[in-house]
Design a protein around this ligand. Structure first.
Ligand code: F6P
Length: 323
Protein backbone atom coordinates (compact mmCIF):
# COMPACT_ATOMS: atom_id res chain seq x y z
CA UNK A 1 0.00 0.00 0.00
CA UNK A 2 1.36 3.45 -0.91
CA UNK A 3 2.03 5.88 1.93
CA UNK A 4 -0.16 9.00 1.77
CA UNK A 5 0.82 10.90 4.91
CA UNK A 6 4.09 11.09 6.84
CA UNK A 7 5.39 13.20 9.74
CA UNK A 8 8.74 14.82 10.48
CA UNK A 9 10.23 16.08 13.74
CA UNK A 10 13.53 17.48 14.99
CA UNK A 11 14.53 16.29 18.44
CA UNK A 12 17.24 16.68 21.13
CA UNK A 13 19.79 19.50 20.89
CA UNK A 14 19.28 21.55 17.73
CA UNK A 15 22.04 21.50 15.12
CA UNK A 16 22.76 23.67 12.07
CA UNK A 17 21.38 21.88 9.04
CA UNK A 18 18.13 20.66 10.59
CA UNK A 19 16.19 23.24 8.53
CA UNK A 20 17.64 22.15 5.17
CA UNK A 21 16.78 18.57 6.18
CA UNK A 22 13.14 19.53 6.93
CA UNK A 23 12.98 21.37 3.60
CA UNK A 24 14.27 18.33 1.72
CA UNK A 25 11.79 16.04 3.49
CA UNK A 26 8.80 18.26 2.72
CA UNK A 27 9.67 18.94 -0.92
CA UNK A 28 10.67 15.37 -1.73
CA UNK A 29 7.49 13.98 -0.17
CA UNK A 30 5.38 16.56 -2.03
CA UNK A 31 6.97 15.46 -5.31
CA UNK A 32 5.60 11.94 -4.61
CA UNK A 33 2.14 13.34 -3.64
CA UNK A 34 2.72 12.37 -0.01
CA UNK A 35 1.43 14.81 2.63
CA UNK A 36 3.83 15.93 5.36
CA UNK A 37 2.91 16.91 8.91
CA UNK A 38 5.48 18.74 11.03
CA UNK A 39 5.47 17.78 14.71
CA UNK A 40 6.49 20.75 16.87
CA UNK A 41 8.84 20.30 19.84
CA UNK A 42 9.75 16.70 19.13
CA UNK A 43 8.29 13.91 21.30
CA UNK A 44 6.64 16.49 23.60
CA UNK A 45 4.66 17.78 20.59
CA UNK A 46 3.91 14.21 19.53
CA UNK A 47 2.33 13.44 22.90
CA UNK A 48 0.46 16.75 22.88
CA UNK A 49 -0.79 16.16 19.31
CA UNK A 50 0.96 19.33 18.08
CA UNK A 51 0.93 18.48 14.34
CA UNK A 52 0.77 20.88 11.42
CA UNK A 53 0.44 20.22 7.69
CA UNK A 54 3.51 21.52 5.83
CA UNK A 55 3.57 22.53 2.19
CA UNK A 56 6.48 23.50 -0.05
CA UNK A 57 5.80 27.17 0.76
CA UNK A 58 6.19 26.53 4.50
CA UNK A 59 9.83 25.60 3.97
CA UNK A 60 10.73 28.58 1.74
CA UNK A 61 13.70 30.66 2.85
CA UNK A 62 14.92 28.27 5.56
CA UNK A 63 17.86 26.51 3.86
CA UNK A 64 20.30 29.09 5.32
CA UNK A 65 18.78 29.28 8.80
CA UNK A 66 20.34 27.68 11.89
CA UNK A 67 18.19 26.06 14.59
CA UNK A 68 14.97 24.34 13.60
CA UNK A 69 11.65 25.85 12.53
CA UNK A 70 9.88 22.85 14.09
CA UNK A 71 11.61 23.59 17.41
CA UNK A 72 12.91 20.78 19.56
CA UNK A 73 12.78 19.37 23.08
CA UNK A 74 14.12 16.64 25.34
CA UNK A 75 11.19 14.58 26.61
CA UNK A 76 11.28 12.15 29.56
CA UNK A 77 7.76 10.76 29.24
CA UNK A 78 8.42 9.29 25.79
CA UNK A 79 11.17 7.13 27.35
CA UNK A 80 8.48 5.07 29.13
CA UNK A 81 6.54 2.26 27.39
CA UNK A 82 3.30 4.06 28.27
CA UNK A 83 4.55 7.31 26.69
CA UNK A 84 5.56 5.43 23.53
CA UNK A 85 2.12 3.83 23.21
CA UNK A 86 0.47 7.23 23.68
CA UNK A 87 2.74 8.62 20.95
CA UNK A 88 1.71 5.87 18.56
CA UNK A 89 -1.94 6.54 19.37
CA UNK A 90 -1.48 10.23 18.44
CA UNK A 91 0.10 9.27 15.11
CA UNK A 92 -2.80 6.95 14.33
CA UNK A 93 -5.33 9.64 15.31
CA UNK A 94 -3.77 11.92 12.67
CA UNK A 95 -3.64 9.21 10.00
CA UNK A 96 0.17 9.33 9.87
CA UNK A 97 1.66 6.25 8.22
CA UNK A 98 5.38 6.86 8.67
CA UNK A 99 7.75 9.25 10.42
CA UNK A 100 11.19 10.79 10.01
CA UNK A 101 13.07 11.73 13.20
CA UNK A 102 16.03 14.11 12.89
CA UNK A 103 18.19 14.17 16.01
CA UNK A 104 20.93 12.71 18.18
CA UNK A 105 21.28 9.36 19.96
CA UNK A 106 18.42 9.88 22.45
CA UNK A 107 16.07 10.92 19.66
CA UNK A 108 17.06 7.92 17.55
CA UNK A 109 16.28 5.67 20.54
CA UNK A 110 12.81 7.25 20.57
CA UNK A 111 12.50 6.51 16.85
CA UNK A 112 13.56 2.89 17.44
CA UNK A 113 10.91 2.43 20.11
CA UNK A 114 8.17 3.36 17.59
CA UNK A 115 9.67 1.01 15.01
CA UNK A 116 9.61 -1.75 17.65
CA UNK A 117 5.90 -1.07 18.12
CA UNK A 118 5.43 -1.74 14.40
CA UNK A 119 5.33 1.87 13.18
CA UNK A 120 7.48 2.76 10.11
CA UNK A 121 10.27 5.16 11.13
CA UNK A 122 13.52 6.40 9.63
CA UNK A 123 16.15 8.37 11.57
CA UNK A 124 18.47 11.10 10.36
CA UNK A 125 21.56 11.84 12.51
CA UNK A 126 21.44 15.49 13.59
CA UNK A 127 23.83 16.47 16.39
CA UNK A 128 26.90 18.64 16.66
CA UNK A 129 28.64 16.03 18.85
CA UNK A 130 29.43 13.50 16.07
CA UNK A 131 28.98 10.72 18.60
CA UNK A 132 26.52 8.62 16.57
CA UNK A 133 27.74 5.22 15.45
CA UNK A 134 27.47 4.26 11.77
CA UNK A 135 27.79 7.62 10.01
CA UNK A 136 30.99 9.50 9.19
CA UNK A 137 29.28 12.79 9.94
CA UNK A 138 26.05 13.95 11.55
CA UNK A 139 24.21 17.07 10.43
CA UNK A 140 25.64 20.15 12.18
CA UNK A 141 29.14 18.90 12.96
CA UNK A 142 30.85 20.75 10.13
CA UNK A 143 29.22 24.09 10.99
CA UNK A 144 30.06 23.62 14.68
CA UNK A 145 33.68 22.90 13.78
CA UNK A 146 33.87 26.05 11.69
CA UNK A 147 32.52 28.07 14.64
CA UNK A 148 35.17 26.53 16.89
CA UNK A 149 37.92 27.37 14.38
CA UNK A 150 36.72 30.95 14.17
CA UNK A 151 36.93 31.20 17.97
CA UNK A 152 40.40 29.63 18.09
CA UNK A 153 41.73 31.96 15.39
CA UNK A 154 40.41 35.00 17.25
CA UNK A 155 41.69 33.84 20.62
CA UNK A 156 45.11 33.17 19.14
CA UNK A 157 45.39 36.83 18.08
CA UNK A 158 44.98 38.03 21.64
CA UNK A 159 46.92 35.08 23.14
CA UNK A 160 50.03 35.87 21.11
CA UNK A 161 49.73 39.61 21.81
CA UNK A 162 49.79 38.95 25.57
CA UNK A 163 51.97 35.82 25.80
CA UNK A 164 49.05 33.93 27.32
CA UNK A 165 47.76 30.39 27.43
CA UNK A 166 44.09 30.21 26.44
CA UNK A 167 41.91 27.31 27.48
CA UNK A 168 38.89 26.90 25.22
CA UNK A 169 36.11 24.58 26.37
CA UNK A 170 33.89 23.21 23.61
CA UNK A 171 30.68 21.14 23.69
CA UNK A 172 30.43 17.50 22.74
CA UNK A 173 28.93 15.87 25.83
CA UNK A 174 30.97 12.67 26.42
CA UNK A 175 32.53 12.74 22.97
CA UNK A 176 35.83 14.46 22.17
CA UNK A 177 35.37 14.72 18.39
CA UNK A 178 34.77 18.49 18.21
CA UNK A 179 37.63 19.28 20.60
CA UNK A 180 40.03 16.92 18.82
CA UNK A 181 39.30 18.09 15.29
CA UNK A 182 38.98 21.73 16.37
CA UNK A 183 42.34 21.46 18.14
CA UNK A 184 44.12 19.87 15.18
CA UNK A 185 42.67 22.27 12.62
CA UNK A 186 43.13 25.32 14.86
CA UNK A 187 46.77 24.37 15.59
CA UNK A 188 46.25 23.91 19.35
CA UNK A 189 49.22 23.24 21.61
CA UNK A 190 47.20 20.69 23.55
CA UNK A 191 43.84 18.93 23.42
CA UNK A 192 41.96 17.23 26.23
CA UNK A 193 39.13 14.78 25.47
CA UNK A 194 37.22 12.25 27.58
CA UNK A 195 38.48 9.32 25.50
CA UNK A 196 42.15 10.12 26.21
CA UNK A 197 42.71 11.25 29.83
CA UNK A 198 45.74 13.48 30.53
CA UNK A 199 47.05 14.34 34.00
CA UNK A 200 47.51 17.91 35.20
CA UNK A 201 51.18 17.16 35.82
CA UNK A 202 51.76 15.96 32.21
CA UNK A 203 50.02 19.01 30.87
CA UNK A 204 51.87 21.46 33.13
CA UNK A 205 55.25 19.95 32.21
CA UNK A 206 54.47 20.10 28.46
CA UNK A 207 53.41 23.74 28.65
CA UNK A 208 56.41 24.76 30.75
CA UNK A 209 58.60 23.08 28.14
CA UNK A 210 56.80 24.92 25.32
CA UNK A 211 57.34 28.22 27.13
CA UNK A 212 61.05 27.55 27.59
CA UNK A 213 61.39 26.49 23.93
CA UNK A 214 60.23 29.98 23.05
CA UNK A 215 56.56 29.60 22.12
CA UNK A 216 54.90 33.02 22.28
CA UNK A 217 51.56 31.67 23.48
CA UNK A 218 49.59 28.46 23.86
CA UNK A 219 46.11 27.32 22.92
CA UNK A 220 44.41 24.38 24.60
CA UNK A 221 41.10 22.94 23.45
CA UNK A 222 39.23 21.05 26.16
CA UNK A 223 36.11 18.96 25.60
CA UNK A 224 33.29 19.66 28.06
CA UNK A 225 33.30 15.99 29.08
CA UNK A 226 37.08 15.82 29.73
CA UNK A 227 38.64 15.16 33.10
CA UNK A 228 40.27 17.13 34.57
CA UNK A 229 37.82 19.91 33.73
CA UNK A 230 38.74 23.26 32.21
CA UNK A 231 38.45 24.92 35.65
CA UNK A 232 40.75 22.36 37.26
CA UNK A 233 43.28 22.84 34.46
CA UNK A 234 43.12 26.64 34.81
CA UNK A 235 43.61 26.48 38.60
CA UNK A 236 46.52 24.07 38.31
CA UNK A 237 48.32 26.06 35.60
CA UNK A 238 47.81 29.36 37.45
CA UNK A 239 49.22 27.89 40.68
CA UNK A 240 52.23 26.27 39.02
CA UNK A 241 53.62 29.30 37.17
CA UNK A 242 54.23 27.64 33.81
CA UNK A 243 55.37 30.91 32.24
CA UNK A 244 52.21 31.90 30.40
CA UNK A 245 49.34 33.74 32.04
CA UNK A 246 46.15 31.66 31.80
CA UNK A 247 42.69 32.67 30.55
CA UNK A 248 39.55 30.56 30.06
CA UNK A 249 36.86 30.82 27.38
CA UNK A 250 33.79 28.58 27.45
CA UNK A 251 32.17 28.57 24.02
CA UNK A 252 28.96 26.85 25.20
CA UNK A 253 25.86 26.97 23.01
CA UNK A 254 27.46 29.39 20.53
CA UNK A 255 28.73 26.21 18.84
CA UNK A 256 25.16 25.04 18.16
CA UNK A 257 24.08 28.20 16.33
CA UNK A 258 24.67 29.85 13.00
CA UNK A 259 23.92 29.37 9.35
CA UNK A 260 24.65 25.80 8.18
CA UNK A 261 27.86 25.42 6.14
CA UNK A 262 27.81 24.24 2.50
CA UNK A 263 28.77 20.76 3.72
CA UNK A 264 25.90 20.61 6.23
CA UNK A 265 23.35 21.93 3.73
CA UNK A 266 24.38 19.26 1.24
CA UNK A 267 24.46 16.48 3.83
CA UNK A 268 21.06 17.49 5.23
CA UNK A 269 19.54 17.73 1.76
CA UNK A 270 20.86 14.35 0.67
CA UNK A 271 19.79 12.69 3.93
CA UNK A 272 16.33 14.28 3.92
CA UNK A 273 15.68 13.21 0.34
CA UNK A 274 16.94 9.68 0.92
CA UNK A 275 14.89 9.30 4.14
CA UNK A 276 11.63 10.08 2.31
CA UNK A 277 12.41 7.84 -0.65
CA UNK A 278 13.27 4.92 1.63
CA UNK A 279 10.30 5.44 3.96
CA UNK A 280 7.74 5.45 1.17
CA UNK A 281 9.47 2.46 -0.42
CA UNK A 282 8.78 0.51 2.78
CA UNK A 283 12.06 0.73 4.72
CA UNK A 284 11.86 1.19 8.49
CA UNK A 285 14.06 0.89 11.58
CA UNK A 286 17.08 2.42 9.86
CA UNK A 287 19.17 5.57 10.17
CA UNK A 288 20.43 7.39 7.09
CA UNK A 289 24.23 7.46 7.16
CA UNK A 290 27.16 9.00 5.34
CA UNK A 291 29.44 6.13 4.35
CA UNK A 292 32.52 7.58 2.66
CA UNK A 293 30.91 9.82 0.05
CA UNK A 294 27.78 7.73 -0.26
CA UNK A 295 24.44 7.94 1.48
CA UNK A 296 23.50 4.55 2.93
CA UNK A 297 21.73 3.18 6.01
CA UNK A 298 22.54 1.36 9.24
CA UNK A 299 19.98 -0.17 11.58
CA UNK A 300 18.64 2.09 14.33
CA UNK A 301 19.46 -0.73 16.73
CA UNK A 302 23.17 -0.57 15.81
CA UNK A 303 23.24 3.24 15.65
CA UNK A 304 21.88 3.50 19.19
CA UNK A 305 23.78 0.66 20.86
CA UNK A 306 27.25 0.64 19.29
CA UNK A 307 29.95 3.04 20.50
CA UNK A 308 31.70 5.31 18.06
CA UNK A 309 35.45 5.50 18.83
CA UNK A 310 37.55 8.63 18.50
CA UNK A 311 40.57 7.94 16.31
CA UNK A 312 43.86 7.45 18.19
CA UNK A 313 45.63 8.29 14.90
CA UNK A 314 44.22 11.80 15.06
CA UNK A 315 45.25 12.15 18.69
CA UNK A 316 48.84 11.14 17.88
CA UNK A 317 48.85 13.49 14.88
CA UNK A 318 47.75 16.34 17.14
CA UNK A 319 50.63 15.67 19.55
CA UNK A 320 53.24 15.61 16.76
CA UNK A 321 51.94 18.77 15.08
CA UNK A 322 51.78 20.75 18.34
CA UNK A 323 55.58 20.64 18.86
O1 F6P B 1 24.11 17.00 22.24
C1 F6P B 1 24.30 18.32 21.86
C2 F6P B 1 24.75 19.17 23.04
O2 F6P B 1 24.95 20.48 22.58
C3 F6P B 1 25.97 18.66 23.80
O3 F6P B 1 27.18 18.99 23.14
C4 F6P B 1 25.80 19.34 25.13
O4 F6P B 1 26.44 18.60 26.15
C5 F6P B 1 24.31 19.33 25.32
O5 F6P B 1 23.74 19.21 24.02
C6 F6P B 1 23.76 20.55 25.98
O6 F6P B 1 22.40 20.37 26.19
P1 F6P B 1 21.38 21.53 26.55
O7 F6P B 1 21.19 22.37 25.32
O8 F6P B 1 20.15 20.81 26.94
O9 F6P B 1 22.01 22.34 27.63
Amino acid sequence: MTMRRIAVMTSGGDSPGMNPAIRAVVRTATSYDVEVYGIRQAFSGLLAGDFERMTNRDVSGIIQRGGTILQTARNLEFKTPQGQKRGLRRLNEHGIEGMIVIGGDGSLRGALSLHNLGFPVIGIPGSIDNDIWGTNMSIGVDTALNTILDAIDKLRDTASSHERCFLLEVMGRNCGYLALMGGILGGAEFIMIPEHPTTLEQLGAALEDAYMRGKSHAMGVIAEGATPTVREVADYLSQHEIGFEVRVTVLGHVVRGGSPSAFDRLLATRMGTSAVERLIAGETGVMIALDGRDISTVSLEDATTKQRAVSETYFKMAEVLAK
